[in-house]
Design a protein around this ligand. Structure first.
Ligand SMILES: *Cc1c(COP(=O)(O)O)cnc(C)c1O
Length: 217
């Protein structure tokens, strides 16, 4: 078992956050912004930004912000400014609050809109979590490291099992480095029953796991 949760940010997301913040810094960007649900992506963004000398702002889904105060704390410790979303920081957040002051927030509908709007308004960089194909490349460090670890143990993988959310951990990350090496491996993806991205609905897939994961119910 390879356990990415043992990282300082609690998930594999730091692998791509570091790369994205690094390139943003190289381009002279001084601040990055993103959204987070449970907090893993926001935490990764906060630490990666600080490691690269950049400020960070995170819009965190309000219900999660209230249920998990320690996650807000760790993002703040890593240097991020964290807002509960919907917030009063953006025109979109304000419009949601006007209609429904007690709105619990949502990741896809509201927090992403706030983060992108904030990025456009302030001329800063928006960092993407699991959903863009380039993220697969950054996450390939998971599989490449696994290969070295297995080598040290004198073992070979014949079955790879991983979880799929947006697809970057399982796809590019864990399994792709093993595929196409002339050895037979079986790659098994597991998804939550509540969000059966690969096992039910229609696949509109043309461009890899991230597309495959966006089926309709
Ligand atoms: C984001 C996340 C996932 C899903 O990863 P994807 O790369 O989006 O499939 C799984 N587990 C944890 C702990 C995460 O933070």
């Amino acid at each position: 078992m390879k356990f990415e949760g043992a990282t300082a940010t609690g998930s594999h997301k730091i692998n791509t956050a570091v790369a994205q913040a690094y390139y943003a810094g190289k381009e002279g960007i001084e601040e990055v912004v993103t959204e987070t649900g449970a907090g893993q992506w926001g935490t990764a963004t906060a630490l990666a930004a600080t490691m690269n000398g950049i400020r960070s702002t995170v819009f965190m889904v309000k219900v999660s912000y209230e249920q998990k105060p320690l996650r807000k704390k760790i993002m703040s410790l890593y240097g991020a400014r964290v807002y509960a979303s919907p917030s009063t920081e953006t025109p979109f957040g304000r419009s949601v609050l006007e209609k429904e002051p007690g709105h619990p927030g949502s990741l896809g509908g509201i927090a992403i809109s706030e983060a992108t709007e904030y990025a456009l308004e302030h001329g800063i960089r928006y960092l993407v979590g699991s959903v863009m194909n380039a993220v697969l490349t950054h996450q390939s460090v998971i599989g490449l490291e696994t290969q070295k670890q297995l080598e040290l143990m004198g073992e070979e993988a014949n079955v790879l099992i991983g979880c799929v959310g947006g697809g970057s951990n399982f796809g590019g990350g864990f399994t792709y480095p093993f595929i196409g090496q002339g050895k037979e491996v079986e790659a098994i993806a597991s998804t939550a029953e509540e969000v059966p991205k690969l096992s039910r609905g229609e696949s509109s897939g043309t461009t890899g796991w991230t597309r495959l994961a966006s089926c309709r119910r």
